[in-house]
Write a protein that binds this ligand. Structure first.
Ligand code: BGC
Length: 374
């Protein structure tokens, strides 16, 4: 780890620029973004969660065509599964929901297939996040969102039918829980879809949004802040995203602000942000992408200096080649657990495109140039 406090604006900008170039270079011809080209468990796969935030970042950095190609890919993946979605929606409506194994997958091969490896597959958040990111992209660049109308509508009906179900969270854990970040991603997507006017079942969608928001506020909250899952007082670093950029509970709202305070107080150390206190994955280190989400939330409530501090810490996790890792383990919460993961999957993923994406997203928000031609 390098001490990057006070890192020059030119160095921060250069890392943003090389990060955009890296994401563009690693985008597959199909439009998909590989999560990490080198990490054994991620290579060859694209997640809706990672991909939506990557596309949002390249879109914010001015690379509109790359983002559009990603959302075209998402739309194809969803439309290819239209029959499956109709079965899921019909079964839910009949009161006989399909088992988790029959729900949509979390990650796909570059050609939109499902691959042969087992995964923790039932996760709902990425389906909300792609809707939100596609709408934000269309708005940012003045594009016609109707290009993705059918896929957005199918996705919305899938989410409206199934949002109450427990599923794996952002970290692919605890499928027995209803996760508050997951609910936030679903709200962001459904609201973006209704605002864009592309959903066929507007009233049902708005009713679902009301129901999800009510649940988050009643049972997904403790001491004023959002919680990791329904029925705990703990927080999770992913909750910063629900404040910014998703703005489901904006930074200026009491819930948004209390959530930022709690993530800072319990998960941020020296600019790095842990996923959650009980994390043991690679020993449970600090994740630059979470520092950048928290930075976006701080900046949204007017704390530019605080946001810059987190951006600088994230920049310091880059190696000599400018590649950002998934996490750094120097201050791991449970260091004894690192080796079992290294033995299983090799060293921590690097480069992780999602880390580069969040670095770029925060840099752009802070007015630091990320233009590839800059
Ligand atoms: C993380 C996920 C992520 C995936 C690919 C997993 O370790 O828990 O959030 O989507 O890696 O980057």
């Amino acid at each position: 780890m390098t001490d990057t406090t006070g890192t020059s604006p030119a160095a921060l900008s250069e890392l943003a620029r090389s990060s955009v170039a890296l994401m563009l270079r690693l985008q597959d011809d199909s439009g998909a973004f590989v999560a990490s080209p080198t990490f054994s468990a991620y290579a060859g796969y694209c997640w809706f969660r990672d991909g939506a935030f990557i596309a949002d970042a390249v879109s914010a950095a001015g690379e509109a065509e790359s983002a559009t190609r990603f959302f075209d890919w998402c739309a194809r993946v969803v439309i290819d599964r239209a029959d499956q979605i109709e079965r899921i929606v019909a079964a839910a409506a009949a009161g006989t929901p399909l088992p988790d194994a029959d729900m949509l997958p979390t990650r796909f091969t570059m050609d939109g297939g499902e691959g042969d490896d087992e995964w923790w597959d039932f996760q709902l958040d990425g389906y909300g996040t792609w809707m939100w990111a596609a709408a934000a992209h269309a708005q940012r660049h003045g594009l016609d969102i109707r290009r993705w109308a059918r896929a957005l509508d199918l996705t919305a009906r899938y989410l409206v039918s199934s949002w109450r179900r427990p599923c794996f969270d952002w970290w692919e854990e605890h499928d027995e829980r209803v996760h508050v970040s997951t609910l936030g991603c679903i709200v962001a997507g459904l609201e973006a879809g209704t605002d864009a006017g592309v959903l066929s079942e507007r009233d049902a969608t708005l009713a679902a949004v009301d129901g999800i928001r009510a649940l988050m506020e009643s049972d997904g909250r403790a001491s004023g802040h959002l919680t990791k899952w329904i029925g705990t007082a703990e927080v999770d670093g992913s909750l910063a995203a629900i404040v910014a950029p998703l703005a489901v509970f904006p930074a200026g709202s009491p819930i948004g602000s209390a959530t930022v305070d709690e993530v800072l107080a319990s998960l941020e150390v020296g600019g790095g942000v842990y996923r959650f206190r009980a994390d043991t994955y690679f020993g449970g280190g600090r994740w630059p992408l979470l520092s950048c989400f928290l930075g976006l939330a701080l900046n949204a409530r007017g704390d530019r200096a605080g946001a810059l501090r987190l951006l600088e810490w994230s920049a310091g996790t880059a190696d000599a080649a400018g590649d950002l890792p998934e996490q750094v383990t120097d201050l791991a919460l449970d260091p004894g657990r690192e080796e079992e993961w290294t033995r299983r999957w090799g060293p921590v993923a690097r480069p992780l495109l999602w880390s580069h994406a969040m670095y770029v997203r925060l840099a752009v928000e802070l007015g630091i140039s990320a233009g590839v031609s800059a």
